[in-house]
Design a protein around this ligand. Structure first.
Ligand SMILES: Cc1cc2nc3c(=O)[nH]c(=O)nc-3n(C[C@H](O)[C@H](O)[C@H](O)COP(=O)(O)OP(=O)(O)OC[C@H]3O[C@@H](n4cnc5c(N)ncnc54)[C@H](O)[C@@H]3O)c2cc1C
Length: 358
């Protein structure tokens, strides 16, 4: 056991990479295991925006994560100085009045403001579309945050091993069947976390919710992130709903989304539907060719909150997963909470995030 790492982290998404960085910087020896490559799943293929989660339990994680992102410059990550703003879109002002009121009361920091003609703010938007404007939304691109935390973890001495399938074993993990002892194991494997914690299948508090995103280069892309109203309800409802329009522009490239599907979809086959839906809000999408298309799975927990802490009934196995549609925005703060627990600096993370609640 002399050479065993203090902590083996399974999964090099945003959560696993940030966790590896924080632990290694605190002096722990860290082995980060990834079956594919860094950011291979949702953490490298998402829409690429840091955004307020509009949930009181999660908002502090967002504020803290922004501070962590502000400290990543030397690892190749640039956080925009100001949010670009998010426009929640609907065909009429009436459909948005309730949303604006609710957001203004619950989250004054978002400065929710009704914009009767969104085209006055963003000429790319159709004339008859209304919006609620929110003071949030930092476009950063899909993979930049995870790549930067991976670089920071390596710089602090963490070892990242990619290309092997990890599984839990007594006193450590196996990688492609070969045993590696570890003082503690953290499962940060996104939607695959429960299957690692409980291969028998009884414990399934996180499920995949698949999204498809197509890249487009619009002649005059909007600076705001655009989201069709209703994403909250869709994420909560599960099932097999229609796509809902979103468009996030980072540099010259816009990510056109998205779907909310329980099974892995045929991504290419969904592109015409995404364009058709999007063209209702941004007419230029009807005539603009799409570029690369990608699918990835949101790790959605049963109550919409992440699972951060000790795996139920386990002393040396921890869970850090379940951020649904918000993992890039919240992952670093969640990772810091789990790191503090492993380092013995806090007894337990907040009860709302305790994996034992399921
Ligand atoms: C279409 C779409 C758009 C999104 N846009 C945004 C956005 O703009 N902003 C935002 O904040 N969030 C967004 N999200 C959500 C965000 O991408 C996720 O919440 C986040 O990436 C999850 O990170 P994670 O580290 O928990 O898991 P993942 O990124 O899923 O990483 C888990 C890793 O574990 C690895 N793994 C799994 N099993 C094993 C094993 N047995 N052995 C070794 N490795 C294993 C996987 O290969 C993977 O790399 C979006 C999600 C989708 C689907």
């Amino acid at each position: 056991m002399a050479d065993a790492p203090d902590v083996a982290v399974v999964g090099a998404g945003i959560v696993g990479c940030a966790l590896a960085a924080f632990l290694a910087e605190a002096g722990a020896s860290v082995l980060l295991l990834e079956r594919d490559e860094v950011g291979a799943a949702a953490s490298g293929r998402n829409s690429g925006i840091l955004q307020h989660p509009m949930d009181a339990a999660l908002a502090p994680l967002f504020e803290e994560s922004l501070r962590h992102y502000g400290e990543l410059r030397e690892h190749g990550f640039a956080l925009p100085d100001e949010p670009h703003g998010v426009l929640i879109l609907a065909p009429s002002e009436d459909a948005l009045a309730g949303e604006r009121e609710a957001l203004r009361d619950a989250f004054p920091e978002l400065r929710a403001e009704l914009v009767p003609a969104a085209a006055e703010l963003e000429p790319a938007i159709a004339r008859d579309v209304a919006a609620v404007r929110l003071h949030t939304g930092y476009p950063v691109g899909p993979a930049a945050a995870t790549a930067a935390f991976a670089a920071r973890a390596r710089a602090a001495g963490a070892t990242i091993v990619a290309g092997g399938e990890a599984a839990l074993a007594r006193g450590g993990v196996t990688v492609d069947g070969a045993r590696t002892p570890a003082g503690a194991v953290v499962l940060a494997a996104g939607p695959w976390t429960p299957a690692l914690a409980d291969p028998a299948g009884a414990w399934r508090p996180i499920a995949p919710l698949w999204g498809v995103v197509a890249e487009v280069r619009l002649p005059a892309p909007p600076r705001h992130a655009l989201e069709e109203a209703g994403i909250d309800q869709l994420v909560a409802s599960g099932g097999d709903p229609p796509p809902l329009f979103s468009l996030v522009t980072t540099g010259a490239v816009s990510a056109l989304g998205s779907t909310f599907l329980p099974e892995r979809p045929d991504a290419e086959a969904l592109v015409p539907l995404l364009r058709e839906r999007g063209a209702r809000f941004v007419p230029a999408l009807a005539d603009t060719r799409t570029g690369p298309v990608r699918a990835c799975a949101r790790p959605l927990s049963a109550d919409g909150l992440p699972l951060l802490g000790r795996a139920p009934g386990r002393h040396d196995v921890f869970v850090a997963a379940g951020h649904g549609p918000w993992g890039i925005s919240l992952g670093p703060a969640s990772a810091r909470l789990v790191a503090e627990l492993l380092l013995g600096r806090v007894a337990e993370p907040p009860a709302a995030f305790d994996p034992g609640r399921f």
